[in-house]
Design a protein. Structure first.
Length: 173
């Protein structure tokens, strides 16, 4: 029952009415499950269900999540997955305009001061590569207060073109 209430609250919070804003709102598919799903299916969903790419920053590799399905391939759901993976960093969607997704991290202290340069690069690569997997999103602007190890910017898949795709099981070894 708690899971259903949580899903309802997430959906309610994700919806907003910006009639004067021409940004695209793709929250209608957030956590939408097939009609034949049961509560047990919902409980089993974990962070592994809400990302497209798993990034290995040391090896400069990405591995496609074999469990991701089209129904979860939207900005809101992927941001939920990123926030589960990196619980100390809260990425928020601001809007989508044309082919750019605008996001922010209100408190980026952990990202900019405590993860080091490598950890910050890993987080940004994970966020950008996943969010640019969504049809129509080619750029991700992440706004946050600049720190020692990361600065706000706009990134694309090209920003991480040196990352090579590998099989999923290899990245976890």
């Amino acid at each position: 029952m708690r899971v259903i209430i949580l899903l309802f609250l997430l959906t309610l919070c994700a919806c907003n009415n910006n009639a004067n804003n021409k940004a695209v709102n793709d929250s209608t598919n957030i956590l939408e499950l097939p009609a034949d799903s049961s509560e047990a299916d919902i409980i089993e969903l974990g962070k592994e269900d809400f990302y497209v790419w798993q990034v290995d920053n040391d090896k400069k590799t990405i591995a496609k999540n074999p469990r991701i399905t089209e129904q979860y391939l939207n900005a809101d759901t992927l941001i939920i997955g990123l926030n589960k993976m990196f619980s100390t960093i809260k990425l928020e969607k601001i809007k989508q305009s044309n082919d750019t997704l605008y996001t922010q991290i209100k408190d980026a202290t952990f990202l900019t001061e405590q993860m080091g340069s490598s950890g910050s690069e890993l987080y940004i690569a994970q966020a950008v590569l996943n969010l640019t997997s969504i049809k129509g999103i080619n750029y991700v602007k992440i706004d946050f207060e600049e720190g020692s190890h990361a600065s706000p910017d706009t990134w694309s898949k090209e920003s991480f073109k040196d990352y090579k795709e590998v099989q999923y099981y290899q990245i976890n070894k």
